[in-house]
Design a protein around this ligand. Structure first.
Ligand code: PLP
Length: 400
């Protein structure tokens, strides 16, 4: 009998983490590599947030905390939901974890039984299906199309719902496409959910603050208050506040669900880092003006990348509403051969040859469940993006 758990055989390692690691190793070996695979802001954590953490250390706030968050942070989260989303929650309806990732994981572990289905639109954030599998559930993948802006349609959602559906896992703006749902588009989905009262919504709002042009962020419980009792609204400080390493995510939802998630956390990680929680209090309660400045920088980068990629033969790059990713199609490159002699039959072939021949690391679309595309994270400087896109354009020009 294998020493390793049979559960482990159900999941694969995160491909984005693996590609980021390969790019790092090539760079360390002296190769000229540009990594556009990692999903984290290049900006630093703002000084006032760092200062709050340092003050917490000096004040001795370095001990175990309540399992799912200190009261001060839970209050700051309730204030944030009221202020930014028009949602009313009380502290017992809030759970704080070690990153948004653990919030999602706890919620799935707390609710899924064998046979339970979770509807996940594709392309999806790489961890969703594997987390569902680890929790013993069944991911039900619903592919979207470039023509629909990578948004699941109400018809496709309706068709995917069965008596076994437990959750609809919703993410806007999306990783990996950057696609955001308008209030009307989301309302069409919540209308479907109103007709199926056994289906709950897990809304991953991690990229809420990265929204461009006239796109206005909205979240399911706000758009359809009748879903409040069966919605878990998930968010975190990683992306908006450039705090990926601090590991603080949070969620609000019905108290029995939050209590179930607390039970799992108390028996796994005990509590999120005390110092990071104090930093997150400052992130949510402190000045918010830098968010708009950073958003403007991301928007300019999005435009730069989309413009340059759309000039590359064989590539078609939609201009998304939010997050810091683009998800261009490589349909026009398939069946060709690169200047270095690699045959490009899939998006993985494209990404592999691109890295080998130009040193640009991107993540192939199959990793996110929809081909033939690739994801670029544009959370890096304009100069680096310009150089990376120039190399991609040259690579595509070399395809025959
Ligand atoms: N949800 C989405 C869509 C993400 O892209 C990420 C991180 O990449 C997370 C959740 C998890 O974020 P955290 O760093 O808070 O665990």
């Amino acid at each position: 009998m294998s020493f390793l758990s049979v559960n482990l055989a159900r999941v694969k390692p995160s491909p984005t983490v693996a590609i980021t690691q390969t790019a790092r190793e090539l760079k360390e070996a002296g190769q000229d590599v540009i990594g556009l695979a990692a999903g984290e802001p290049d900006f630093d954590t703002p000084e006032h947030i760092k200062d709050a953490a340092i003050a917490a250390i000096h004040a001795g706030k370095t001990k175990y905390t309540a399992p799912d968050g200190i009261p001060e942070l839970k209050r700051a989260i309730c204030d944030k939901f009221r202020r930014e989303n028009g949602l009313s929650y009380t502290p017992p309806q809030v759970s704080v974890s070690t990153g948004g990732k653990q919030v999602l994981y706890n919620a799935l572990m707390a609710t899924l039984n064998p046979g339970d289905e979770v509807i996940i639109p594709a392309p999806y954030w790489v961890s969703y299906p594997d987390m569902v599998l680890l929790a013993g559930g069944t991911p039900v993948i619903v592919e979207t199309t470039l023509e629909d802006g990578f948004r699941i349609t109400p018809e496709a959602l309706e068709a995917a719902i069965t008596p076994k559906t437990k959750w609809f896992l919703f993410n806007s703006p999306s990783n990996p496409t950057g696609a955001g749902y308008t209030r009307a588009q989301l309302g069409a989905l919540t209308d479907v959910l109103l007709r199926h009262d056994h289906v709950w919504v897990m809304s991953d709002d991690m990229y809420e603050h990265l929204a461009y042009d006239d796109f206005t962020f909205c979240t399911p419980a706000e758009v359809e208050p009748k879903l409040y009792e069966r919605t878990l609204t998930v968010n975190g400080v990683s992306k908006a506040y450039a705090m990926t390493g601090w590991r603080i995510g949070y969620a609000a939802g019905p108290e029995p669900l939050i209590a179930a998630m607390r039970k799992i956390q108390s028996q796994s990680t005990t509590n999120p880092c005390s110092i990071s929680q104090w930093a997150a209090v400052e992130a949510l309660n402190g000045p918010q003006d830098f968010l708009a400045e950073r958003c403007a920088a991301f928007k300019a980068r999005r435009n730069l990348v989309a413009d340059m990629l759309n000039a590359a033969p064989g590539i078609s790059c939609p201009v998304p509403e939010g997050a810091f990713y683009v998800y261009p199609s490589v349909a026009g490159c398939l069946g060709k051969t690169s200047a270095g002699g690699a045959r490009i039959d899939t998006d993985e072939d494209f990404a592999t040859a691109l890295l080998a021949e130009t040193g640009v690391a991107v993540v192939f679309g199959a990793a996110f469940g929809l081909s033939p595309y690739f994801r670029i994270s544009y959370a890096t400087s304009d100069d680096v993006l310009h150089e990376a896109c120039s190399r991609i354009v040259r690579f595509c020009e070399g395809l025959t």
